[in-house]
Design a protein. Structure first.
Length: 327
């Protein structure tokens, strides 16, 4: 999908009411610096979207009311999503081919890779155990392991996976990862396809999943996949709910195939209170927070500006949504 060469003059920014008030000043400042004489329109609900307006760019999260908002417009040329993951849009009722679509790739690289490193250290240094002991005033020492020399296998060497690889190398880890389109990646020792990763699992100490949710990745990490892991491995899931099967994780923990799991996303969110995952000492559960950061919006807007500058210079867009791949 290409974008007609006319200048960008009208931008519509959509956001939830409670969030828009916090974001409007930064959005205004950023877009006015990037676009001279831009007309900025803001809407926090469908009814606030101007009827029959001609818009050049719509900037929005994957809001549930996005289709209704777009339907009120007479035209729009470009949608920029404030999220890096866009799996929610495929079930939304609007034409995905009508306008160019870009996403905020890269915004999660720093926070999510830091989360993964923290989770690896949590299990390696037994922080959970010592936290429980401290609440009981127990002084019980044990020998701790280290990350040095361990193998990290990353499912998905996108922005997050590459950021994680860089940080893991500071701990002198061996890094293996998967890519859809094969190429060499800095700080990664071996790059394989997702289908070819099986042989590496037997040497994996830490398996980090940061894949998008697509028809090819749904329920990918199941009993069969986990059965190839090195016994005593740790699973860290920062992908999208549905890539990893929760019941398979439980079985792998029960058999000792997994020593532990740090889970930030789940097939059903919030995770139901009756889930057996809550009750385990060997599971670290967080409520889908690995990508949160105080710098989120400025980074997402920076990705938009990068795409804008590419458009103005006649260069390819930097983060186009791939309709065929589903992300």
């Amino acid at each position: 999908m290409s974008l007609s060469p006319e200048p960008i003059r009208r931008v519509l920014y959509l956001q939830k009411t409670e969030v828009l008030a916090q974001q409007q000043a930064l959005v205004t400042r950023t877009l006015q610096l990037a676009l001279q004489d831009v007309e900025l329109l803001f809407a926090d609900r469908v009814e606030a979207v101007p009827m029959h307006a001609q818009i050049d760019v719509v900037i929005a999260p994957t809001l549930p009311w996005l289709p209704e908002a777009l339907a009120r417009l007479d035209g729009y040329r470009w949608i920029h999503f404030l999220s890096a993951g866009v799996e929610k849009i495929w079930e939304m009722d609007f034409d995905k081919t009508q306008a160019l679509m870009t996403k905020s790739s890269g915004v999660h690289g720093a926070p999510m890779s830091e989360y993964a490193i923290g989770a690896m250290l949590y299990f390696t240094k037994q922080f959970g155990r010592f936290h429980n002991q401290s609440k009981q005033a127990l002084w019980q020492r044990s020998w701790l392991d280290e990350l040095t020399g361990k193998q990290l296998t990353v499912l998905g060497l996108g922005h997050i996976g590459q950021s994680l690889a860089q940080r893991a190398k500071a701990f002198e880890m061996t890094v293996v990862g998967t890519l859809r389109n094969m190429r060499q990646v800095g700080q990664v020792d071996r790059v394989l396809s997702l289908k070819g990763i099986g042989n590496e699992l037997s040497g994996t100490d830490f398996l980090v999943c940061c894949l998008p949710l697509t028809k090819d990745t749904r329920a990918l990490v199941d009993d069969e996949f986990l059965s190839h892991l090195k016994p005593g491995a740790v699973l860290i899931d920062i992908s999208r709910g549905g890539v990893v099967k929760g019941d398979a994780v439980l079985r792998a923990l029960d058999t000792g195939l997994l020593k532990g799991a740090a889970l930030d996303v789940f097939e059903q969110q919030p995770l139901p209170p009756e889930s057996l995952l809550w009750k385990r000492e060997d599971v670290l559960i967080t409520p889908h927070v690995s990508g949160t950061t105080p710098h989120y919006l400025e980074r997402a807007l920076a990705v938009f500006v990068d795409n804008l500058q590419a458009f103005q210079q006649g260069k390819p867009f930097t983060s186009v949504v791939n309709i065929n791949a589903g992300y």
